[in-house]
Design a protein around this ligand. Sequence first.
Ligand SMILES: Nc1ncnc2c1ncn2[C@@H]1O[C@H](COP(=O)(O)OP(=O)(O)OP(=O)(O)O)[C@@H](O)[C@H]1O
Length: 501
Amino acid sequence: MGDPALRVDGLTKAFLGQTVISGVDLRIAPGEVHALLGENGAGKSTLIKILAGVHTADGGRISVAGRSLRPRHRLADAAAAGMRFVHQDLGLVDDLDVTENICLTWDFSTRGGLVRFGATRRRVRAVLDRLGVGIDPRRRVGDLAQAEKVMVAVARAFATEARLIVLDEVTASLPTPEVARLRDLLRQASRQGTAFLFVTHRLGEVFDMADAVTVLRDGRRVASARSAEVTHDQLVEWLVGRYLAALPARSGEPPGSGGAPVLRVDDLRATAHHAALSFTAGAGEVVAFTGLVGSGAREVVRCIAGAQRPPEGTASLRGRRFPLGDPVGAAARGCRYVAGDRQEGIAPDLTVRENLFLADYCHGGRILRPRRERRAAADLIARYDVRPGQAAELPVVTLSGGNQQKVAIGRALAGSPGLLVLDDPTVGVDIGARVAIHRLIRRTADAGVPVVLASTDFSEVVSEAHRAVVMRDGRVGAVLSGADLTERRLVSESYRAREVT
Ligand SMILES: Nc1ncnc2c1ncn2[C@@H]1O[C@H](COP(=O)(O)OP(=O)(O)OP(=O)(O)O)[C@@H](O)[C@H]1O
């Protein structure tokens, strides 16, 4: 067998004396799709940043296709060796078309110093065809669905003779069917010898997409295995170091079923492109809006929380008018919101404690003395398993992404909400925190609070919602509940739009 696409031996890294990567080994064969798993803060991003030359390792060796990288290598060295990186933000320019985006990192065809657009587009089309990606190279990237953008970013990396493409949580907010399209693309590219290392928190993707998996815990490699030879429970045990019980299935009916609706939304048009929709939520009922990326589900919940202003619509909460598109008015009526975009949900330079108590509702209307605030912050940090455990006085920006999300959730669920609105609350959080967050949502609902959820994670919708509204192109495509609320139905209802339109 030839050299591995990537070989890492004894990699070590500390920040401010704290070891975050400790003697990590990794092998990825040419054409292998390898998943990298780990709880929030386990060291996945740090490992990737070391590969990319953003951070310098304190020790260890890295070689790509048999070629050793020099110690203290830079991004240019990583690129010259054949490594490409696709980060969660994808690094695409919305205003440019697919060809221009791909050619930003790949040479345009030129003659006499002039760009030959026709020839360039043909080369780009040939790359897309090799990958089985049916996207017109003339389309503006800003008009593509999220899954298509991910594909363009992967095609761009692939176009430049990549030996290893590293995908850092690019599937985090892709719904199940769109992940399947990405999986087909990776298979196509891997057949041509390109290897992939991808970071995910969704264990299903290990079995669906990966040939092999490596699990990190507290900066150490716990195990590497072929995906076909591990079970879901084994992965969970490697991840958290113990058996983690899944939450029991929800009982079918919300606690207040049969009673009058608590939240009532009438004729809401979330954007000019949305059709008007009306819905109600009863006491303790969890209503989930879902669909493919771009279906318009997110916008509906954002209007309710006041994160965006709808052109039309009215609402009431417990019989009193509830303002739509008004964050201050919504909060005054007891609405608590967890934003899908982490940057919206936290103040990066403030400490974890300051973030937890940013809004006065967390104090329950009381003034908290500094000592009590510190104690309350320590309680919330423990309850949400925010790591490191002594994080209260650290700027939130120094926490790993998933731990920042736990802080945002902790703030929303502190106090006693009258309405809970969540936009993809578990994106980027590890399975332990996911179970903790679901337990808290259930507890909030069980106390009679209506919950409106937008989620791209179909398994979350099935396990946590009483009713799911599947959106397609800004309109309600289907409403599912009870025995009809299954992942299979969510997939087929989400896709039906594509077949019809
Ligand atoms: N620049 C930095 N300075 C100090 N500490 C850091 C820095 N970058 C990361 N860390 C710490 O290193 C540890 C590993 O973080 P890392 O971002 O690699 O985790 P992760 O596995 O990618 O987590 P997540 O799933 O939440 O993205 C965390 O404890 C984090 O706080």
